[in-house]
Design a binder for this molecule. Structure first.
Ligand SMILES: Nc1ncnc2c1ncn2[C@@H]1O[C@H](COP(=O)(O)OP(=O)(O)OP(=O)(O)O)[C@@H](O)[C@H]1O
Ligand SMILES: [Mg+2]
Length: 325
């Protein structure tokens, strides 16, 4: 058994819209792997290529070039599809169904027996908190309720791998927390979860690995800690300094300088000579309160990578993502 849940190699996808005579290079050589048992966050701004990657993995569209495997099977694979649960980006359901009927239908597509369908639908409806809405048709569901119904539907086949395209979209902070808890619970049951999002706090909280995609290319990939620790932005220092002492010598070249009474806080550049600075501070009669490196947050990284992806590579005009054919 392959220990990779997902293995994507050099995927490209060019959409051609014949009427508008335009080409859109939605994916430009995307490669990554997802280990079994991991929660993998696929992060990128609008139009980055997340849904295109996911639809390709699910066999809904064909890549222009490149290949991918799901659970060891080359896509599109019927065998893999039976072991994968999928929540599409903007799920559309027949709106005259109840959630129970929706889940029963999903169970039938996976060839589950009536008794298994009934048991699992009941459990999942409770798990996503839709018990009280069971008699309503989906037409009456709010966006958040539909998202929960979609999540339950994605789990009907008790999948080994769960692929969720923006599972937190449309949910309020409590709903988002519930989905995060559900994702962690699925991982604890030994499943692999791959989800896309542009909400970074969701990613930082629960993922084992993150990939950042922008303009159809991966910009970074690793554990959240690796990604953010790679870069130290500066050194945050707080000292106590006698009121009468002058701080000009200590604050030269520093940022975020604040002085309240005898308390002075500032940020030295990442490459500052901290020992020399501390010696000067001691000479001025300072007592050190704290010194901490300021790490980049995932949000800083995201903004930086997306900005880089948008910047012209050669200083001239960027290769246009959309071109006339
Ligand atoms: N069927 C299509 N035909 C033409 N262009 C498309 C099609 N689907 C997507 N695109 C284009 O491909 C690019 C990537 O789109 P995609 O939907 O994969 O992005 P995304 O990362 O999922 O964005 P979002 O966060 O908005 O969901 C965009 O420029 C989009 O306009
Ligand atoms: Mg999308």
């Amino acid at each position: 058994m392959s220990d990779l849940a997902i293995d994507v190699k050099e995927l490209t996808k060019t959409y051609r819209t014949p009427l508008a005579r335009r080409k859109v290079e939605a994916l430009r050589g995307v490669s990554f792997t997802v280990e079994r048992g991991h929660i993998f966050g696929f992060v990128g701004p609008n139009g980055a290529g997340k849904t295109t990657t996911i639809r390709t993995l699910m066999g809904l569209i064909r890549p222009t070039t490149g290949s991918a495997k799901l659970l060891g099977h080359a896509i599109p694979s019927r065998e893999a599809r039976f072991k994968v649960g999928f929540l599409p980006e903007a799920p559309y359901f027949y709106d005259y169904l109840t959630v129970g009927e929706l889940l029963d239908l999903a169970g039938r597509l996976f060839g589950l027996s009536a008794s298994v369908r009934k048991k699992r639908a009941g459990e999942l409806i409770a798990r996503v908190g839709l018990e009280r809405a069971q008699s309503q048709s989906l037409k009456k569901f709010s966006k958040g309720m539909l998202q929960r119904a979609g999540l339950a539907q994605a789990l009907m086949n008790d999948p080994e791998l769960v692929v969720l395209d923006e599972p937190m979209s449309g949910l309020d902070p409590i709903g988002r927390k519930e989905v995060r808890d559900l994702i962690v619970e699925l991982r604890d049951q030994g499943k692999t979860v791959f989800f896309s999002t542009h909400i970074l706090s969701d990613v930082e909280a629960i993922t084992d690995r993150v990939a950042i995609i922008a303009r159809g290319q991966l910009q970074a990939h690793g554990t959240p800690a690796e990604l953010v620790r790679r870069t130290i932005l500066g050194i945050d220092i707080m000292i106590r300094l006698p009121q009468e002492a002058d701080h000009a010598d200590l604050t030269a070249g520093a940022e975020r300088i604040r002085r309240h009474g005898d308390e002075l806080s500032l940020t030295l550049p990442a490459d500052a000579d901290v020992d020399a600075w501390l010696a000067r501070a001691h000479a001025a009669g300072a007592k050190i309160v704290q010194i901490v490196p300021r790490h980049e947050t995932l949000e800083d990284l995201f903004l930086r990578e997306v900005a880089l992806a948008d910047a012209p590579e050669d200083g001239s005009d960027d290769a246009p993502k959309e071109t006339r054919a």
